[in-house]
Design a protein around this ligand. Structure first.
Ligand SMILES: Cc1cc2nc3c(=O)[nH]c(=O)nc-3n(C[C@H](O)[C@H](O)[C@H](O)COP(=O)(O)OP(=O)(O)OC[C@H]3O[C@@H](n4cnc5c(N)ncnc54)[C@H](O)[C@@H]3O)c2cc1C
Length: 300
């Protein structure tokens, strides 16, 4: 079958790989490519953050975890590495549904929990180094025979192909008139210092993370809904650093080397839905919020 994927973020490229592996012809059309997509800014750790519906997202996430773990073992050039991290909470809760399906999950001892928190767990999860992973995904599409066209799509009915897969993220506001997709602005800091282990507070109101990559550690975060600002803001950096220092007091501000901003495509829930436009099948796949990488191989 001739398939056209619209969008070249992590969702579009992962879909393209899957379709090519299933034997279809694939063209990816997009107005922007790596390194200029939201996906390039993702921190990125496997974690179902800011995404819904929870029951389906957990299944998509677990399927993606398995594939990313496989890539970390078999394709190290993909930039996927398994890393240990600790999540801290301000109240005791039941372990998340996904805890049974992932490696090395354990509840923390009281002595391992920083001040201000009362509970937490340690787990092993894929860290996806997007500066390596996005070019790797593209090369995978090319190696399987897929092709790329740079173009803005203003109307899905004008895209060729027997099946169209719509992976435009925040672009669905304009392309589909879907105002449910809203930006959740994320600002990050890059620091040349390794915390050894990741530290996380994954509650949207207090969101804090340290994600060690092989080149830098990514510090975050913010999740400012309906905020379209793309400039790096000093006050957000101050907020991020004060939150991170509460979890990682050894942080050395003199080793900060940069930062970035991206707009997560947040939505009440992922739109994974088939629509027929002029009798042609269009599969919508967008609105992955803060978990587009986490869900990328599992959404189906
Ligand atoms: C600071 C930050 C940290 C994050 N951390 C994580 C994390 O740790 N783990 C995680 O899983 N996720 C994380 N995310 C979320 C993740 O980045 C997103 O969920 C994911 O990138 C969405 O991917 P996508 O392919 O759907 O969208 P995008 O990456 O936005 O790609 C959309 C593509 O569609 C194209 N497009 C749009 N409109 C059109 C059009 N009309 N015509 C043609 N092309 C079009 C764009 O050019 C682009 O290529 C983070 C995000 C941010 C900002």
């Amino acid at each position: 079958m001739r398939c056209t994927v619209v969008g070249a973020g992590v969702s579009g490229l992962s879909c393209a790989v899957k379709l090519l592996e299933a034997g279809h012809e694939v063209v990816v059309i997009s107005d922007r490519f790596s390194p200029d997509t939201v996906s390039d800014i993702a921190a990125a750790i496997w974690y179902p953050f800011l995404t819904a519906p929870a029951d389906r997202a957990d299944g998509w996430g677990i399927a993606t975890y398995a594939e990313l773990e496989r890539l970390s073992e078999r394709e190290p050039q993909s930039g996927v590495r398994m890393r240990d991290g600790r999540e801290y909470l301000r109240q005791a809760v039941d372990p998340p549904e996904w805890s049974e399906d992932i490696a090395a999950f354990r509840i923390l001892d009281d002595s391992e929990i920083p001040e201000g928190y009362v509970f937490g767990w340690q787990f092993r999860a894929p860290v996806i180094e997007m500066q390596l992973y996005m070019p790797w995904l593209r090369s995978r599409v090319e190696a399987l025979g897929g092709s790329f066209v740079q173009s803005f799509v203003g109307d899905l009915s004008e895209v060729s192909g027997e099946v169209v897969v719509n992976c435009v993220g925040l672009g669905a506001r304009e392309l589909c008139g879907d105002e449910e997709v809203r930006p959740a602005r994320g600002q990050v800091i890059f620091i040349d210092q390794d915390p050894g282990i990741g530290h996380f507070d994954q509650q949207p109101e207090t969101l804090t993370y340290t994600i060690p990559r092989s080149d830098v550690t990514v510090l975050g975060g913010t999740a400012q809904v309906d905020d379209w600002g793309m400039d790096i803001r000093a006050e957000d950096n101050d907020l991020i650093l004060s939150k991170v220092e509460a979890l990682w007091p050894e942080l050395d501000r003199s080793r900060i080397i940069g930062g970035a901003v991206g707009l997560r495509p947040s939505r009440s829930e992922v739109r994974l839905e088939v629509e027929y436009i002029d009798e042609r099948k269009v599969v919508h796949n967008y609105g992955h919020g803060g978990a587009g990488v986490t869900l990328s191989w599992g959404v189906r």
